[in-house]
Design a protein around this ligand. Structure first.
Ligand code: NDP
Length: 484
């Protein structure tokens, strides 16, 4: 063995060389272990602390690094540096997850998939924390913890029960659109490369003239949509619960890099007031006929993490991270997520989670007055001032990043969205009607495979919702329930 291949000496966490990593220090050959075996104590104590709190949602994930390259000019809509010129390329981190299952759960379950991206731009990190669906089950975050409880283990039995989800959905018709997507073929993607990603919420773009546009982001797979049939997914879940994680890792290892084309839909600011759909309702899409897809660039995943915990488990995304030129909208779900994501990371990773190498900006540096806190492992600002205003050259905010004022009006109250023209049944019906007949049949079979386990009163309420979306949809579910 050459000198350069010599392994490093094993050390304790404090760097002290260790003499033996295979036998504990004992009082006599058969005697009890001595407390002075510091290496043993430290090894066991650290092992006990290896797990950090699991994400309540999106715990199971695969992740990779890659690039985003601009192919089309959208500078008329946004001044964001990432989109500043054709050919611009930025480093990206992607984390692709299931929602409901725990960190060790099977990949091939029927569930929404998280599609979270971190763009390391020169103006700070842009986190696009999306899903593989353009919509969601609810439009107001006040319902979120209740909805998620229906997706988790039952409080008494600790197993997953079909009844709570159908009970919830039967009371919340705005969920019907997402339920239709979830039980369609796309509810079980055949792999990360074979699904689309959507920003889902409406966001805003702001251009150099400080004009605001509403925007939807769509990442369309270049590999084509591929889904698993329920029976195959069930089989794979037993044989290889990490099937989708493995597939992404191996395809990148083999040089097959999945790609997506980024498109946007753009709505001029004032059109939001008169558009037939509430454009900030997360249970609705903007039909392509009204707002066509405009091509923007290419996302490619091409580098596996060197260490899953460091790069993917510790990755912390927040939709609040938007660089100048990209911003928020009044979507009630987005507004709540702006708070909830960073809050979850502060609990999960600590107050200084943005300092972890995977979360810190890669293409720029941070300058602010945040100091101290647990696990502050950089120089903590060194000797520079930790207050503002100051006379010693501390960082300064700039009004050139000010967004145009957003006009709002009305009385502070709790508003339920009005039904009527803005109906919760039209878009699920549209989706049902665009599916080919064989997919409609599978959709109904998938629904009934789960709904048959709920009490009859809930089944009847759901049949009525499906019927209101499309009479054939309702009839199909009712008939299949009778035969189940
Ligand atoms: P279009 O005919 O222009 O688009 C239909 C869209 O449906 C396509 O984006 C297609 O995705 C997508 N799609 C097809 N099958 C499924 C499925 N099983 N689950 C989810 N999406 C699917 O129609 P409109 O824009 O007028 O919308 C009609 C319906 O299409 C909507 O009510 C909505 O349910 C669905 N949809 C619309 C989207 C939008 O942003 N407008 C986005 C996604 C779905 P692809 O092209 O990738 O195959």
């Amino acid at each position: 063995m050459g000198d350069h291949e010599k392994p490093h000496p094993l050390t304790t966490a404090a760097g002290i060389p260790v003499d033996d990593n295979q036998t504990s220090l004992t009082a006599g050959e058969r005697g009890p272990t001595l407390l002075q075996d510091h290496h043993l104590i430290e090894k066991l104590a650290h092992f006990n602390r290896e797990r950090i709190p699991e994400r309540v949602v999106h715990a199971k994930a695969a992740g990779a690094f890659g690039t985003f390259t601009v192919t089309h000019d959208i500078t008329q809509y946004t001044k964001a540096q990432v989109f500043s010129k054709i050919g611009n390329r930025v480093e990206v981190l992607g984390r692709f997850s299931t929602v409901a299952g725990e960190k060790g759960s099977a990949d091939t379950v029927r569930d929404v998939r998280g599609f979270a991206l971190k763009f390391y731009t020169e103006e700070g990190n842009w986190d696009m924390v999306g899903n593989n669906t353009p919509t969601f089950f609810i439009r107001d975050a006040i319902k979120f913890p209740d909805f998620i409880h229906t997706q988790k283990r039952a409080p008494q039995s600790n197993y997953k029960d079909d009844t709570p989800q159908w009970d919830f959905w039967s009371h919340v018709p705005e969920s019907l659109h997402q339920v239709t997507i979830l039980f369609s073929d796309r509810g079980i993607p055949a792999g990360i490369p074979y699904m689309n990603g959507y920003g889902s919420h409406t966001y805003s773009l702001i251009n150099a003239a400080n004009e605001r546009f509403w925007v939807k982001f769509h990442f369309k797979t270049q590999q084509g949509i591929q889904c698993l049939m329920q029976e195959d997914a069930n089989r794979i879940a037993g044989l290889d619960p990490d099937y989708i994680t493995r597939q992404l890792f191996e395809s990148i290892q083999n040089g097959e890099y999945p790609k997506w084309t980024l498109f946007i839909q753009v709505m001029p600011e004032t059109e939001a007031e008169t558009y037939r759909w509430n454009p900030f309702d997360l249970t609705k899409v903007w039909p392509h006929g009204d707002y066509p897809l405009l091509e923007v660039g290419i996302l490619e995943m091409n580098r596996n993490p060197q260490n899953y915990f460091a790069d993917i488990e510790q990755a912390a995304f927040s939709p609040a991270n938007v660089p100048p030129g990209i911003s928020f909208s009044p979507c009630k779900m987005l507004q709540a997520r702006l708070f909830a994501y960073a809050d979850a990371h502060r609990y999960r990773l600590g107050a200084n989670y943005e300092k972890l190498p995977v979360n810190a900006p890669h293409a720029t540096r941070t300058h602010n007055y945040q100091r101290d806190g647990s696990m502050r492992f950089d120089d903590n600002g060194g000797p520079t001032p930790n207050y503002e205003p100051n006379s010693f050259g501390g960082p300064k905010a700039s009004s050139r990043y000010q967004e145009p004022p957003l006009k709002i009006s009305g009385d502070a109250a709790r508003y339920e969205q009005k039904r009527g023209v803005d109906d919760d049944y039209i878009q699920p019906g549209n989706l049902y009607r665009l599916m080919p007949e064989d997919e409609q049949k599978r959709l109904i079979a998938n629904i009934v495979g789960s709904l048959k386990n709920a009490p009859q009163t809930i089944q009847e309420k759901m049949v009525e919702h499906f019927r209101r979306a499309d009479p054939d949809y309702g009839k199909g579910v009712a008939k299949a329930l009778q035969q189940a």
